[in-house]
Design a protein around this ligand. Structure first.
Ligand code: PAF
Length: 279
């Protein structure tokens, strides 16, 4: 497995490769990332993983400096999965000059995550666009855990005419249902036990819709109130049409619930896709 830091060396290594799959990461890899890499291995001859903690997607008040970095153990995991190349640039390589040209995103990027983390998706889209231009993969794989991110990347690829096929990977969960995330390691023992209640709240909504409830704002509020009683600070629980990420109408069939909530100082996101069988 090659580990490459600079763009010229990367381009010269990739120039003879014909079928490249790319998995962008911020490192601190867990089973969720590894599942995306397994998808990449299935679909391409050459797999590139990037490790870069992208400063453009952190607000000044967020955890950029504390974000867990574990480069050596990440590389060991990637070696075990037979990844061909790790692209691990530093800030100066990706931003030799301040990044003044940014991707302008549609209104959906200002909702849900975007409402609580202003500029987040602009930072994500801008770095992903740069990485796509540098690596020029045939396929790129993103996890459904970051559902809104995946939606926005698909829009960007479509509207900027990238010849890149976007594949998605399912959320990987711990046995109690908590979605795996690098930020889970911020949780203390009590918070870790509590954390699965976020997923359970989403599952309760799915069950209620399956049982015929169609007042979605009532269900969102009920789930929010239940978590708040358990000391969560809920940013949003939103039942949406999964194709548009607009608020779902009672007769929409393919739905997703997006949620973000904080337990202690740790903010978790989760989501669940489901079919409203009544339509
Ligand atoms: O999902 C992530 O880890 C990041 O948002 C990404 C796509 C690697 C961009 O920095």
């Amino acid at each position: 497995m090659k580990i490459i830091e600079n763009i010229e060396a990367l381009r010269s290594t990739l120039k003879n490769e014909e079928n490249i799959a790319f998995v962008p990461t911020m490192g601190n890899l867990h089973e969720g990332h590894l599942s995306l890499i397994r998808i990449a291995k299935k679909h391409a001859d050459f797999v590139v993983v990037s490790i870069f903690v992208n400063p453009l997607q952190f607000l000044p008040s967020e955890d950029f400096n504390q974000y867990p970095r574990s480069f050596n153990s990440d590389c060991n995991m990637l070696r075990n999965l037979d990844v061909d190349l790790v692209f691990a640039p530093n800030d100066k390589i990706l931003f030799p000059v301040p990044q003044e040209i940014l991707v302008l995103l549609p209104p959906v990027a200002n909702k849900y995550e975007g409402e609580f983390r202003q500029g987040f998706f602009c930072g994500v889209a801008t770095i992903v666009l740069k990485l796509f231009n540098i690596i020029q993969p045939d396929i790129a794989i993103f996890g459904k855990k970051d559902y809104q991110q995946l939606h926005i990347i698909r829009l960007m690829v479509q509207q900027f005419n990238f010849a890149i096929k976007i594949l998605d990977g399912e959320i990987v969960r711990a046995t109690d249902g908590l979605a795996l995330s690098s930020r889970n390691q911020y949780l203390n023992n009590a918070q870790r036990l509590e954390a699965c209640n976020l997923y359970q709240a989403l599952q309760s909504i799915v069950n209620e819709v399956k049982n015929g409830h169609s007042n979605f704002s009532f269900l969102e509020k009920k789930a929010t109130d239940k978590l708040s009683e358990r000391d969560w600070k809920v940013d949003y629980i939103s039942i949406l049409d999964k194709r548009t990420l607009l608020p779902a109408q009672a007769n929409d069939r393919e739905l997703v619930i997006l949620a973000a909530a904080q337990i202690g100082k740790t903010r978790l996101i989760d989501n669940i896709e489901f079919i409203n069988e009544h339509y």
